[in-house]
Design a protein around this ligand. Structure first.
Ligand code: NAP
Length: 268
């Protein structure tokens, strides 16, 4: 049987890197993509790709198709977070967030779909977040970008099912990666006295949880399992037990109670 060819975006760091290296180690032909990436022993095939540029995404996908003649799966892990109160976030900062997390995913999906449709098979794995299920305070636009990925992926799953293309989302809780260091704060976030104190308190709980989060290898193994499953589920919520439990409870608890728990936890 031919090895599956997989494109992993965001493969220079954190979750994408762990996924790409794990799949490579387990016999897949993996192309790791990001803006700053070089081949290594653990990930020998790489391609430069900026997901905010149509041209960059299209040429990276064309390069893989020219080399391998096929792409069997894409794992869309490129992304970053932006923090600041809604009032302290400019429209251009909000757009920048969605340009990478949501439109970046869309660009890759659009570039591979004609090919997957023609070959009548494919896996598309998009990265949402627990922040795609719960609106995270002071990360409203990060959450918005992930809620967008949820809705988009759910709709896409129905559309491409007749072509044997399987769409899933992964919703990670907190994982220890470079996400925390790479998070951008909005220009006004730390100056606005109206929000400053609660913003900093809430963000420091989030940063603490991320830096004490799970090992991304857990996600790499989840992706491996999806790619070895004929009919994968739509949703895979992965991460620390308490976070998964909160998501489950949120479905059953009265909204006022889950809100209260959230406010207490994030010291709002
Ligand atoms: N860590 C967590 O706790 C957590 C929780 C929930 C969801 N997630 C999601 O998981 C995904 C991966 O995050 P991570 O934790 O692995 O963060 P990370 O360690 O900061 O890695 C982010 C990756 O995205 C790439 N990237 C960023 N902007 C890009 C662009 N314009 N074009 C191409 N690549 C770009 C970066 O590569 P270059 O800089 O080389 O381009 C890097 O490889 C993200 O979608 C994030 O939202 C993470």
């Amino acid at each position: 049987m031919k090895k599956m060819v997989v494109l992993v975006s965001g493969a220079s760091s954190g979750i994408g890197k762990s996924v790409a290296e794990y799949l490579h180690k387990n016999g897949f032909t993996v192309y790791g993509a990001s803006r700053h990436i070089e081949p290594s022993d653990t990930l020998p095939l790489t391609v430069k790709m900026d997901v905010t540029s149509d041209e960059s995404v299209e040429s990276a996908v064309a390069f893989i198709l020219q080399k391998e003649g096929r792409i069997d799966a894409v794992v869309n892990a490129a992304g970053f977070g932006i923090a600041g109160a809604v009032e302290d976030t400019s429209v251009s900062e909000a757009k920048m967030q969605c340009e990478t997390n949501f439109f970046g995913t869309l660009r890759i999906v659009k570039a591979v779909l004609p090919h997957m449709r023609e070959q009548r098979s494919g896996y598309i794995i998009n990265f949402s977040s627990i922040g795609g299920l719960v609106g995270l305070p002071f990360q409203a636009f990060y959450s918005a970008s992930k809620f967008a990925i949820e809705g988009f992926s759910e709709a896409l799953r129905f559309e491409v099912k007749p072509f044997n293309i399987k769409v899933s989302v992964i919703e990670p809780g907190d994982f220890k990666t470079n996400f925390t260091q790479n998070r951008k704060k909005t220009v006004l976030a730390q100056e606005d006295e109206a929000y400053k104190e609660r913003f900093l308190r809430c963000l420091s709980v989030m940063e603490h949880d991320e830096q004490n989060g799970a090992d991304p290898i857990v996600i790499a193994k989840t992706v491996y399992r999806i790619l070895n499953t004929k009919n994968p589920r739509f949703r895979y919520t992965v991460g620390p037990f308490a976070e998964r439990l909160f998501i489950m409870l949120k479905k059953f608890l009265p909204a006022s109670l889950s809100e209260l728990m959230f406010e207490k936890y994030y010291k709002l």
